[in-house]
Write a protein that binds this ligand. Sequence first.
Ligand SMILES: N[C@@H](CCC[C@H](N)C(=O)O)C(=O)O
Length: 277
Amino acid sequence: MSRPFLKMNGLGNDFIVVDARDTAFAPAPEQVRAWGDRASGIGFDQLIAIEGSASGDAFMRVWNSDGGTVETCGNALRCVGWYLNPKAAEKTLKIDTLGGATKAIVIRADEKTGTVAVDMGKPRLDWREIPLSEEMDTLRLELKVGPYDAPLYHTPCAVSMGNPHVVFFVDDVSKVDVAATGSLIENHPLFPEGVNVEFAQVIDRQTIRMRVWERGAGITQSCGTGACATLVATARRGLTDRTATVIMDGGPLHIAWAENDHVIMTGPVEVEFEGTL
Ligand SMILES: N[C@@H](CCC[C@H](N)C(=O)O)C(=O)O
């Protein structure tokens, strides 16, 4: 059966979005990998299915381009919020994910590129919630990369935004070999479910430059949950305020860690084209 899809992106992190509210959609991992291949398939970072939900407006299912199903995706939540509510100027939707329920507020800015704010819920900071394979202080993980006596990257912060993140603090993010280091850390035994890897350079108390290696997808132009995890990590370490702009290769996201402990992510959505799988 052919399935219509919408190609969308949030700051260059791109998705195929399938509306599965009426007809079930359950592709095999090898099929997802074939579609996701940028050389021979359609090409995307994540495949997204919008399903019905008894407890919210919709359920969002996420596959990485390697075919694995994962808990959530921040940039895709903005896209799904936009898709479900493209006309209204401002409306709150509840979108369930495997990573926990989130609320998306859609604020329409223009026909093609608009802004969506998403309440991403509370960050999880206990080592069991990341999860880590052994007890450790998530504010300063005992983890080093590089030569034993002069590690290039060390003592990162771990944060779960429904999915696992590890944030390294660096002086100059342009000098980081994101692919080499990210792929090494993604499968480190400290992270039994793998991990998304962020490299963060604090510019000032309201501005962070960040690059990301995503679990199951590699280098992406931006990562919504990664931007949230980065802000939480820099604020916990006292390096930034609780509100900051996180500038990624694909552009900036505005992140606020509110007093009620919820993280609010605000940024654009772009609709690229329609197609059929
Ligand atoms: N691009 C996403 C995150 C997608 C899932 C991630 N690769 C994982 O495996 O957890 C985002 O915008 O948050």
